[in-house]
Design a protein around this ligand. Structure first.
Ligand SMILES: Nc1ncnc2c1ncn2[C@@H]1O[C@H](COP(=O)(O)OP(=O)(O)OP(=O)(O)O)[C@@H](O)[C@H]1O
Ligand SMILES: [Mg+2]
Length: 1001
């Protein structure tokens, strides 16, 4: 009753609105009359004139007002063109089929067009000609010169509609494009450059992701903004697909393979080390027993270096005397004068492990153990020296030299990767204890929060550490592939300045469209009265009985040569019915929405006498079913639903397949108590009672309009539940969406920047003081400044060659130190850049930032995914997962932005625009370092192997002024995203990648 009243009110409101559009329709038709007098060229001239005028209007509001003003005449121009095409029987081909133009817009279609132009959803029944309706607002909005998009559900429909409606646009002097799945970027760009572009939602969405998340130059981007889009079958796209995001994934950046391979080796290495440390601890115990505190302390310090969590060590640390002895040994070894001794001490172990900085460092012994044949494979090669040697070799041609250098570079990359993996494994083994730092549950490593002891399902350690722990525990190592970019369809469509939609069924979901997309639904009356007869549902006890009844009804109709369309909710049900029909020897077609073009072809013939077609609900959607000769007299197309869908909308969609444009037609649904909907949503109970009262026998059915209503009540309940689920998904997605917008905006700023130099300096200005604060605090007296740590960081990140004496950190406040370093770094950077081509430097600068953004953003996406999964489990702890998710996602995002800046700093001096320039820079490096250095000769002389074996395996921050020369020269290409061999080289040389930096990659 209530719903009936509501419907009355809503209906009448809708009717009032439609009525209000009547004057506009009259105006359009009046213009149309006048336009008849014009020549084709004069008609076409309207397009050019409007186009010239509208492209100049910048202000969106002014543009909207002007479009609204010219709407009646512009719509009339389109309608008039359609009439001209009809009058001359314009022939053309669509998807290789010959066709003739035979449509002039009906008045209801004009109304639909106005509704679409105003950014709303037009509900127009199947067969009302929505394809043609869209031409009106597409033409009008395309006049502004900013593109207008029409979004379809599959590639076939995109092409069909573009080729079909293209007749009209071409006649009027506008260009039409169509995006298809297999098009290369250049072709896509051309399609987007057209006035009107047809394509599927996923192609549009993926192009967005590629443009904003992956392209590194303007030229690589294909889209040109999001001005106006009409989404066809809008319910299917914004509601049914609301839970499936578009994802571009790629191979994982961390090769899990290496972990698998290296794990057994590291496993043994750790065992050996533990044995060694246990022996040392026993020796120490004996020494302590003999009261030899120095010896005991020395031995235990060694244990501490090798196995910080050694049980005996932990016990001894509880004894004040022993603890003092150990601390004393540690202090004395860190004195400058004992460096050599400390080094020797470390070399007696297989590796050393610093608990505070979480860093591991392999010794010579350790390296020899891991790779007895080639202990050097764990040391980064001395590229400077190797390049010099290659250059001095007169027997080599320039090409050979380049090739060899690239080879060495690649070798260096591989080594760096391996070193990194090993160091992560060592950390996993030595510093991360099972059931303390993490637990293993359901074949997954779950982090335990060190402060609260709370499990953090879904959180992952970064930089490959999590995989290392997974390898250690022998559980599935995640991240075989990783998400490179992702967006939900809805969020893609929210990008449009103006969005509209059309479908045969939107009314039942009007609330959702309004709440989530701010799209209002207008129900457009049909061109002719609907002559469809919807029969009451037939209800059975079991599925078997239901299907039997369906088959006998098909048999009956088929015998009378009436065409039958059978709708199913699943492929499985389609196949079952097909088998049953085969047994009855009834010829039929089965459609599963897989081969759009062929299926469209089959569906288009579903109205011919005697055909039987079985179809899932998406199959053949958008294809017109015309009745064959004699069929109207047989009652038109008969539609059977074999199950009520969870959503009333889908049922309406199926019913709508018949009785188009005033044709006759009938529909009926078959339902059983075993159907999911009936079992799960309570309708069955009530009905069983009714059935029992009626004393239902095997094979008998129930049929009454009250029963229909019970079914619909169940459907409404499910609809509500699904709506909440979708809304929730969106709430979660919004968090990510905001982050994506920030990152993509920054990314595009980098791509567009004429002066990326400024962006680099911005990063320095922000990130350096942050780092300084990390080491020195804010200068408050309670804080302990870590000057050596800062110096170490500076010297391993920038080629400044700072010594303790020159740095004089103690004499300044943290802020002053920040400024001091900023100046030094900029100066050094200037010097580096001066060795390179100015244009190449620009590309490189863009590249460094983009690289950092992309790598870390992708890692972030992965972590966000995990967080999202994990956060649900926390719901049990009486916490709202959404709030938890938002809070943590925010923290992660803040970290991400900081990490991006740090990564840019890290790569500033480790990347170069090309190998030659890199080499040039390297060759100046030693002198440069020398100059900056206090004690001459302490710098790396060519030929000396760097002591350190890579960033992640670096020794701890105990540097004391002599760490200045430890600039690590990491590989160039390692940091770069994969570049296609035929793509332009990222170094900006203008050559193809394969002919430039990627010659050997
Ligand atoms: N104004 C018109 N005059 C004559 N025929 C028309 C007119 N408009 C549309 N048609 C015809 O109506 C049929 C259905 O059109 P169309 O496929 O665009 O409908 P639709 O509303 O998109 O239906 P669906 O919901 O199935 O997608 C087509 O054969 C088309 O040629
Ligand atoms: Mg359609």
């Amino acid at each position: 009753m209530v719903s009936w009243i509501l419907k009355k009110i809503l209906g009448s409101k809708n009717q009032r609105e439609i009525k209000r559009l009547q004057p506009v329709v009259r105006a359009i038709n009046a213009f149309d009359e006048q336009l008849k007098a014009l020549s084709d060229d004069d008609l076409r001239a309207k397009t050019a004139a409007w186009n010239a005028e509208l492209t100049k209007i910048e202000d969106p509001d002014a543009l909207a007002r002007r479009l609204e003003e010219i709407l009646p005449e512009a719509f009339a121009v389109v309608k008039n063109a359609a009439r001209r095409l009809t009058e001359r029987n314009q022939a053309f081909t669509v998807c290789d089929q010959p066709m003739t133009w035979n449509m002039v817009h009906f008045d209801v279609q004009l109304i639909g067009g106005i509704v679409l132009h105003r950014g709303r959803i037009a509900e127009m029944a199947t067969g009302e000609g929505k394809t043609l309706v869209a031409t009106l607002p597409l033409y009008l909005n395309a006049l502004a010169g900013r593109g207008a998009h029409l979004v379809t559900v599959n590639d076939y429909l995109a092409r069909r509609d573009a080729e079909w409606m293209g007749q009209l646009y071409t006649f009027l002097g506008l260009t039409t494009g169509v995006i298809q799945h297999d098009q290369p970027p250049d072709l896509r760009r051309e399609q987007y450059a057209c006035d009107i572009t047809y394509g599927t939602n996923s192609e549009f969405g993926f192009d967005y992701l590629r443009d904003n998340g992956m392209a590194t130059t303007r030229e690589q981007q294909v889209q040109r903004g999001y001005h106006f889009a009409i989404v066809d079958e809008v319910d299917s796209i914004l509601i049914d697909e609301a839970r499936t995001p578009l994802i571009i994934s790629g191979p994982a950046t961390v090769s899990t393979h290496q972990y698998d391979r290296l794990k057994p080796l590291v496993d043994q290495l750790v065992k050996k080390q533990n044995m060694l440390c246990n022996r040392l601890a026993s020796e120490a115990k004996e020494a302590f027993d003999k009261n030899d505190l120095d010896e005991g302390g020395r031995l235990m310090f060694k244990v501490k270096l090798g196995q910080p969590r050694n049980k005996q060590l932990l016990r001894m640390m509880e004894d004040p005397d022993k603890r003092k002895a150990i601390d004393k040994a540690e202090l004395s070894f860190y004195q400058d004068t004992r460096k050599e001794e400390l080094f020797a001490l470390k070399e007696e172990l297989f590796f050393t492990m610093d608990e505070k900085s979480h860093e591991a460092d392999l010794s010579e012994q350790g390296r020899a153990f891991l790779n007895p044949d080639d202990p050097d494979s764990f040391v980064l090669p001395d590229l400077i020296n190797e390049f010099t040697e290659i250059d001095l070799n007169r027997t080599l041609s320039d090409e050979e030299k380049d090739r060899m250098k690239a080879e060495r570079q690649e070798h260096c990359d591989k080594q760096a990767e391996q070193i990194h993996n090993i160091s992560q494994l060592l950390r996993a083994y030595c510093l991360f204890e099972k059931d303390v730092a993490y637990v293993v549950e359901e074949n997954k490593v779950v982090i335990v929060d060190e402060y609260t002891g709370r499990k953090m399902p879904g959180r992952r350690w970064s930089d490959g550490l999590h995989q290392a722990v997974e390898a250690k525990e022998g559980v599935q190592i995640d991240r075989e592939t990783q998400t490179l970019a992702t967006i939900t369809i809805q969020n893609y469509f929210r990008l449009y300045h103006k969005l509209a939609g059309m479908t045969g069924t939107a009314e039942t979901e009007a609330n959702e469209f309004h709440d989530i997309y701010k799209l209002d639904v207008a129900v457009i009356p049909t061109n002719r009265p609907v002559a469809r007869a919807d029969a009451n549902d037939r209800i059975y006890k079991t599925r078997r009985e239901k299907y039997n009844a369906v088959i006998s009804e098909i048999k009956e109709r088929h015998a009378a040569a009436q065409p039958v369309l059978v709708g199913t909710v699943s492929v499985e049900a389609s196949e079952l019915l097909s088998r049953m029909l085969k047994r009855e020897k009834i010829p039929h077609n089965v459609l599963n929405a897989k081969y759009h073009m062929q299926e469209a072809e089959i569906v288009s013939r579903a109205g011919q006498a005697g055909t039987v077609t079985i179809s899932t609900n998406m199959a053949g959607r958008g294809t017109d079913i015309k009745l064959g000769p004699g069929v109207p007299d047989k009652g038109g197309l008969y539609v059977i639903g074999t199950e009520r869908h969870e959503s009333r909308r889908i049922d309406r969609q199926l019913r709508g397949r018949c009785a188009r444009q005033g044709d006759p037609g009938a529909t009926r649904f078959y339902v059983s108590f075993e159907d999911d909907l009936m079992r799960n949503f309570g309708a069955a109970d009530r009905m069983t009672k009714i059935m029992e009262r009626f004393g239902l026998e095997e094979g008998q059915e129930l049929e009454h309009r009250w029963l229909n209503r019970s079914v619909e009540t169940a459907q409404k309940r499910v609809e509500q539940r699904n709506y909440l689920a979708r809304k929730r998904t969106l709430d979660f997605d919004d968090v990510m969406n905001n982050q994506r917008e920030v990152v993509y905006t920054y990314r595009n700023e980098v791509i567009d920047s004429e002066d990326p130099h400024k962006l680099v300096y911005e990063v320095i200005d922000e990130a350096v003081p942050a780092k300084v604060r990390e080491y020195l605090g804010t200068g408050a007296p309670t804080e302990e400044p870590n000057h050596p740590g800062l110096l170490h960081w500076v010297n391993t990140t920038f080629p400044l060659g700072l010594t303790k004496e020159r740095a004089q950190f103690e004499t300044r406040t943290p802020d002053e130190n920040g400024q001091f370093l900023i100046e030094k770094i900029k100066e050094a950077y200037q010097r580096k850049s001066s060795h390179e081509e100015p244009t190449a430097v620009k590309s490189l600068e863009r590249y460094i930032i983009l690289n950092a953004i992309d790598r870390l953003w992708q890692e972030h996406l992965y972590a966000m995914d995990a967080l999202r999964e994990g956060v649900y489990l926390r719901g049990y702890a009486q916490k709202d997962p959404l709030i938890e998710y938002k809070t943590e996602a925010y923290e992660m995002f803040v970290d991400l932005m900081a990490n991006i800046k740090n990564e840019v700093l890290n790569n500033l001096f480790r990347s170069t625009s090309n190998l030659q320039a890199f080499e040039k820079f390297l060759s100046t490096l030693p002198q440069f370092l020398m100059r900056e250095q206090a004690p001459p000769g302490a710098g790396p002389t060519p030929g000396r192997r760097p002591e350190r074996i890579g960033p992640a395996v670096s020794d701890n921050g105990d540097s004391n002024g002599e760490a200045e020369v430890k600039l690590e020269l990491s590989p160039i290409r390692r940091e770069m995203p994969k570049v296609g061999r035929n793509e332009p080289c990222p170094c900006g040389s203008g050559k193809k990648y394969k002919n430039c930096c990627g010659r050997l990659a």
